[in-house]
Design a protein around this ligand. Structure first.
Ligand code: THU
Length: 131
């Protein structure tokens, strides 16, 4: 699974986002150490606070299938499903990554023009809290 392939999977699942309130669609593709990929999209709610981000959807799917070790996540997002710019994960999602992932867990941000930025979790969540 190349970085470009993982970003493409995230872009494909972005189209399934349920985001009638914000109009901002996000897709995530989470690569487990097992080699399996778990996809997620954001899912909004009329009462707003139950909204779940694409990244946490992917983690919930993976952990509920028995996965505990992760290598990389790709994230893309944008208004009306057009990823014209990078979509870095929100703080809550970064904390969820911290729960399961090491410092060198890789976070790929994709953009429609094909550009990919690569970060580690340590870069995006320095001095983090964890058990
Ligand atoms: N969103 C994500 O899915 N992931 C993020 O990391 C940032 C925000 C979603 C939540 C909401 O449905 C929409 O984007 C606008 O905030």
């Amino acid at each position: 699974m190349t970085d470009t392939e993982l970003v493409s999977l995230a872009r494909a699942v972005m189209a399934r986002a349920y985001a009638p309130y914000s109009g901002f669609q996000v897709g995530a593709a989470l690569l487990a150490v097992s080699g399996r990929v778990y996809l997620g999209c954001n899912m909004e709610s009329a009462s707003y606070s139950p909204t779940i981000c694409a990244e946490r959807t992917a983690f919930a799917k993976a952990v509920s299938e028995g996965e505990r070790a992760f290598a990389t996540i790709a994230v893309v997002g944008g208004r009306n499903g057009v990823d014209s710019d990078f979509c870095p994960p929100c703080g809550v999602c970064r904390q969820v990554m911290r729960e399961f992932c090491p410092d060198d867990f890789r976070i790929l941000l994709g953009r429609a023009d094909g550009a990919i930025r690569v970060f580690t979790l340590a870069q995006l969540l320095p001095e983090s809290f964890s058990l």
